[in-house]
Write a protein that binds this ligand. Structure first.
Ligand SMILES: CC(C)(COP(=O)(O)OP(=O)(O)OC[C@H]1O[C@@H](n2cnc3c(N)ncnc32)[C@H](O)[C@@H]1OP(=O)(O)O)[C@@H](O)C(=O)NCCC(=O)NCCS
Length: 167
């Protein structure tokens, strides 16, 4: 009595089409938290609510979601494309809970399962919360480069740090 076991209640599973709306909301809110004031205006203009809904629906097969319990609500998601951990997003009220670590570990596992020895991701310099999160999990900063982010009229060049980790 008087204590609770520290066992994660989160559940990981591949995303399904019915998750697209929840993913779009977490993606849009998290994108703003991580990127506003830190990326070119052309990218902010391209990241409309509709753009997140469209991309979430299109990319659903690349996504793994964490839910609050089997059958529960979506707390966060990752998207893996080849050796790139393309998206890592946790809903604001689930940050600091450890669920982000579960999702990132699953993304690393998927990169390795795809036959790659090293995973990479792009993060904007000002996103210090995300950078600390990656660094604490064994990722290292391989330096600045220009990430070609999907925009409305072709790619938008965004200065980012490339983070890498052997998997
Ligand atoms: C990035 C993200 C997935 C990390 O998940 P999280 O649950 O927030 O991560 P944690 O709380 O475990 O770790 C965050 C680290 O930043 C620190 N931190 C917390 N708030 C911070 C802030 N405002 N500024 C800087 N660092 C901060 C935490 O203390 C922790 O570091 P520590 O372990 O050394 O103390 C989550 O914050 C998120 O979804 N952010 C918005 C979307 C985003 O930016 N995604 C990444 C795009 S590349």
């Amino acid at each position: 009595l008087g204590y609770r076991a520290c066992v994660s209640a989160y559940h990981l599973r591949p995303a399904r089409s019915g998750d697209a709306a929840a993913i779009a909301v977490i993606w849009q809110d998290g994108w703003r938290d991580g990127h506003l004031g830190r990326v070119p205006e052309a990218l902010v203009a391209a990241r409309t609510p509709r753009s997140f809904r469209t991309r979430a629906a299109r990319r659903i097969s690349a996504a793994v979601v964490a839910t609050t319990a089997p059958g529960g609500t979506v707390a966060g998601f990752v998207m893996v494309v080849g050796d790139e951990v393309e998206q890592v997003y946790v809903a604001a009220d689930h940050r600091g809970s450890g669920v982000a670590g579960l999702l990132l570990a699953e993304a690393e596992r998927l990169v390795a399962a795809g036959g790659h020895r090293q995973a990479w991701l792009a993060v904007v310099p000002g996103n210090t919360r995300a950078r600390r999160f990656y660094e604490r999990r064994g990722w290292s900063d391989a330096g600045l480069f220009d990430y070609q982010a999907a925009g409305t009229a072709g790619p938008v060049s965004v200065p980012c740090h490339r983070y890498i980790k052997p998997v």
